[in-house]
Ligand binder design. Structure first.
Ligand code: AYL
Length: 534
């Protein structure tokens, strides 16, 4: 068996809790350093403010009944108090299940039920209303308590005036390796969404692995743009933990808006932005880039992750920004907390299409899943990884565990990769079913199950259709319909029940039969190769 090693020296493993990791950071030289700034209002929290807030939030959560093992769902757009809510839930002993803010009531209800959430903290307005409606309409989650995020923050900030004792972090009762911190959701290699069990140990070590891999990409002097949703593992790791651990400044945006972001780059001298490939398209093509040429004075690193980035697109962005910006990539999965590969800020110009090197403490294999044997040296083959950041497993799903965690600490990624002689890794294909729409996961099985609920749909299959213009896959459905049915109407019906990134934006195609293997497995490759107009 050939094992590919990280080129970096091993990092000592961290055995404490995530909250202790932050509280003992060697990067925190002055507690007056700004760590979180609201992009719109400029309101800024220092390290001291943040940790005072964490203690006040912890006390309030404990008063509400959050204790060891309590699962709390978070349903809020990014704001400067959201990282504090994360840290306080963990300090109170709880486990967090972050919910995508675009989720409909149906999707939210499913997640609350699978995760067995006892609380949901929701942003006022649409999210609070959706949370209340969802909880009250389903018996199985009716015991889940709904809290208003804004009201909670208000109560806590007034507590800080001394009315209530502040809450200290509850020491972990088990080791950090065994203690659950997060239940994010992923479809893994096949089927519907599953809860990914991420321990304190997994996430804390991943923060340290990434920082050790490149001190330019992860620097205490960086000013990061924080518009990616902190409900997804990408920003969850980088913005809720890594940035605060470094004592760097995070400029927080509730959501992505390209012009607001460009203006903020100038106003706050943002130096680093974490993006997904569709945002790279904006840098390459949007006229707004010419409207704000001053962005070139501060922006130094554009770090892309969560979906494939082509060398061509990266080159176009570098050229447009007069080579003032370095484009880098990160790769990983929700199941790996997430980073397993990262490119360095200093690397040859022709290596931007590479996801870089294995980060410290990560080992990899390339294998052929059919035979279980090694692929030829350098691949291509399915990427299999091992390290301290590999999840504990899927929640209550031994079948998915058996399929993904193949023994001796190794985990299948469902991605096809190769590595060149210089140790640069490339993702060349995906063997799992998952669709990546603007960096977010879409599980074909979920959309197929939904379509099959429609009385006029006899059979259904969903694939990801690549859009060159938007640099992303988009879901496309193939359906076998009952006589006299209207595909467009079925698309409208399905789209209304799912988050925006799951809508059938590459259309719906009526066909006579879904191609399947003798065992009944959908042959998605045949569908991908079709050239249908929709
Ligand atoms: P999930 N290139 C190609 N595909 C990628 C890349 C990349 N750079 N990154 C992620 N993927 C795909 O769970 C791949 O198919 O986590 C992988 O199996 O939403 C799947 O996305 C996992 O999707 C970082 C910053 C990782 C971001 C991430 C993304 C985590 C996405 C490391 O430093």
């Amino acid at each position: 068996m050939h094992v590919y090693k990280s080129p970096y020296p091993p990092e000592p493993l961290y055995e404490g809790s995530l909250v202790d990791l932050l509280l003992t950071s060697k990067f925190h030289k002055s507690h007056n350093s700004p760590v979180l700034t609201d992009a719109e209002t400029g309101e800024t929290l220092t390290i001291r403010d943040h940790f005072n807030n964490v203690r006040s939030f912890t006390a309030t959560l404990k008063n509400h009944g959050v204790t060891r093992g309590t699962v709390v769902a978070l349903f809020a757009l990014n704001n400067i108090y959201l990282p504090c809510m994360h840290h306080a839930i963990l300090a109170a002993g709880g486990v967090i299940t972050p919910v995508n803010c675009a989720y409909t009531s149906r999707e939210l209800g499913e997640q609350l039920e699978i995760a067995n959430a006892k609380f949901i903290v929701a942003q006022d307005g649409h999210w609070l209303k959706t949370a209340q409606e969802t909880v009250s309409s389903s018996e199985s989650i009716s015991s889940c308590k709904v809290l208003s995020f804004e009201q909670f923050v208000k109560d806590c900030l007034s507590n800080r005036d001394g009315k209530t004792a502040l809450g200290d972090p509850l020491p972990l009762d088990k080791s950090a390796r065994e203690t659950l911190a997060y239940l994010c959701f992923s479809s893994g290699t096949t089927g519907k969404f599953k809860g990914v069990k991420t321990s304190h140990f997994n996430l804390a070590n991943n923060v340290l692995q990434a920082i050790a891999a490149d001190p330019v990409i992860f620097s205490p002097n960086a000013i990061y743009a924080g518009f990616l949703p902190q409900t997804h593992i990408y920003a969850l790791n980088l913005h809720v933990y890594t940035s605060i651990f470094l004592g760097a400044q995070l400029i927080v945006f509730p959501a992505f808006d390209f012009e607001r972001f460009l203006k903020a780059v100038i106003r706050y001298r943002i130096s680093h932005a974490h993006v997904v490939p569709p945002i790279m398209v904006l840098f390459a093509k949007s006229p707004l880039v010419d409207k704000y040429p001053e962005i070139k004075y501060s922006l130094r690193i554009l770090y892309s992750g969560a979906a494939p980035l082509s060398q061509g697109l990266a080159d176009a962005v570098t050229e447009r920004l007069d080579s003032k910006v370095t484009v880098c990539q990160g790769y990983g999965l929700t199941e790996t907390s997430p980073v397993t590969h990262m490119s360095r800020a200093e690397r040859p110009a022709d290596k931007v299409g590479s996801i870089g090197f294995l980060v410290p403490n990560i080992e990899a294999r390339l294998w052929d899943p059919e035979t279980g044997q090694d692929a030829k040296l350098g691949g291509p083959g399915e990427l299999v990884v091992r390290g301290p950041n590999i999840m504990l497993g899927y929640l209550n799903n031994p079948t998915a565990d058996a399929d993904t965690l193949i023994g001796d600490g190794w985990m299948r990624t469902g991605d096809i990769a190769r590595v060149d002689e210089g140790g640069y890794w490339y993702i060349i294909d995906r063997s799992k079913e998952m669709i990546k729409s603007k960096g977010f996961q879409v599980a074909p099985a979920e959309l197929e199950a939904l379509l099959l609920k429609h009385p006029h749909v006899i059979d259904a299959a969903v694939i990801g259709q690549w859009s060159e213009i938007e640099a992303t896959e988009q879901p496309r459905a193939f359906v076998v319909l009952a006589p006299n049915s209207d595909a467009a109407q079925i698309k409208e019906w399905a789209d209304a029940q799912v988050a925006k990134h799951k809508r059938l934006s590459a259309g719906i195609v009526a066909i006579d039969q879904i191609p399947k293997s003798p065992s009944g497995k959908i042959l998605r490759r045949f569908l991908k190769e079709r050239n249908d107009d929709t």
